[in-house]
Design a protein around this ligand. Sequence first.
Ligand code: GAP
Length: 459
Amino acid sequence: MPISPEQKMDLLVSLCKRRGFVYPGSEIYGGFANSWDYGPYGAELRRNIRNAWWQRFVLGRDDVVGIETPILMNPKAWEASGHLQNFNDPLVDCKKCKHRFRADHLLEAKQAEPGYDKEKPVDLKNVRCPLCGGELTGVRQFNMMMKTFVGVMEDPTSVAYFRPETAGGMFVAWKNVRDSSRKKLPFGIAQTGKAFRNEITPGNFIFRTREFEQMEIEYFVKAEDASRAFDMWLAEQKSWVHDVLKLDPSHVVYHEIPDAERAFYSARSVDTEYRFPFGLKELYGIANRTDYDLARHQDASKEDLRYLDPETGEKVLPYVIEPTWGVDRSVLAVLSEHLDIDEADTSDGDKEPRMVLRLPPRLAPVKAAILPLQKKDDLVRVARDLIASFRGAGVSVEYDESASIGKRYRRQDEIGTPWCFTVDFESLNDKKVTVRDRDSMGQERVAIGDVTGWVQNKL
Ligand code: GAP
């Protein structure tokens, strides 16, 4: 059933709250702007995304090692990387209604208007407040680093910054990883973790927040191999989007960032953009950071960060290809891609709308639900044994004996459970259960002893 983008966003936000994927943060205290709690299913979905990523790009490869570095680092690292000076967003205020906007977002919105003439670029001076039509102030640069104090003294010597990207920790740890891992170029360092930015205009649910999570790889290569490594990682990002998240290719655009719009450190960048319900927006990115970061850290730390090529005996400062993924945007893309409404049969032979999350089974928070047809001891016993066998195999399952079977199916459909197993009276004789498929709603009988293996095979 077609759902308009506006409807989809409303349905998604309410489903997330109702079923326990995402709630407004600090809600009992009236909320805390743009912060979100991930509920039981949201936390599981995030973990599945993070684990699939780690499995694919760290454990699944010989040329990547994973590390974990702290959120708070020596502030000299952020001075050296250029973030304290350059990690800015252009900001304008409306003189009338006092709303604050990102200047680049206002220009993008103008460029997306029908009839926009590329030959006549918009001048921000001619743009008015999109909310009240008021005059806008001139552009100011606003630094997005979040500041704190470490220790008991709140003075300039105890200032520290929450990392704005996980990348920084990997550059700073490069020397230790280089010396201890005995990896040869090309090889990558990966990490996942929280990052913080004082965003001017957070919003669109979990799309843009001030605290979010990234999954990043810094892939170190000789300069002459940088372009090949870039293409390899871009292909990896594409296959992640299509094979793991199962996003429809027509909803994804790979956008080559023009020179003038690239981050200050990048020689080439491609953004993976996804058609979110609120428009085509950045999902992931990849950049050729050249030797910018290592050169800056080498200069500032006075440590030799070059790599000794064992074949030539030459010392080189590697280039870095950086593919980067946002966890929260992955969650939002997956939820909005796979949310659907179709029709299901009611018990009296009619049809009713059914909301269903067609999540890829590997990412689904619950893989299987075990449902005894009635709360009878012998049925419950079989169901409980099945639950134990799933748990023993490390497969996430849910037991539900409440309400009618139809209602229980609906609940599992809304949280994206791919398979429901019903234990009925016949099960006591034929030692089989009925498995009902979330997407086709088709049913078949499976021997009780085979159920766990049946699900594991599908995963
Ligand atoms: N190290 C490179 C880097 O951080 P970025 O494009 O600024 O590049 C990488 O961020 C990814 O992190 C984005 O593609 C997006 O998925 C996610 N991200 C960035 N800012 C975010 C925010 N304010 N809220 C949620 N996710 C964000």
